[in-house]
Ligand binder design. Sequence first.
Ligand SMILES: [Zn+2]
Length: 107
Amino acid sequence: MVDRLRIGQSISARVHGTRGIYSCRIDLSEREFRFECTCPLYNSRQPCKHVIALGLAWLEAPGTFADLELALARLAQMPKAEVITLLRHAATRLPEIIPHLAPRRPK
Ligand SMILES: [Zn+2]
């Protein structure tokens, strides 16, 4: 299981399965248990083994999930030069974010 992430009341990860890598997510905010998985066995009524693995990973080791809101709060406190250095590193590893760094403004 890689890319463990928490965004607000939602947790997600990518899981290496028998036919590829699946993305799964669990919404922790609802009273009703809501989840998604990109594996071929996914159905909305019964969680697949990837969703169960994600839930167990969260229960056993919540500290292993990167917390986006916490990261953004830290970022807001950083000097601008450090933020730019971080974005430079991020763009080097994930070039697809570059167009989002300086979106074109309507004229
Ligand atoms: Zn699945």
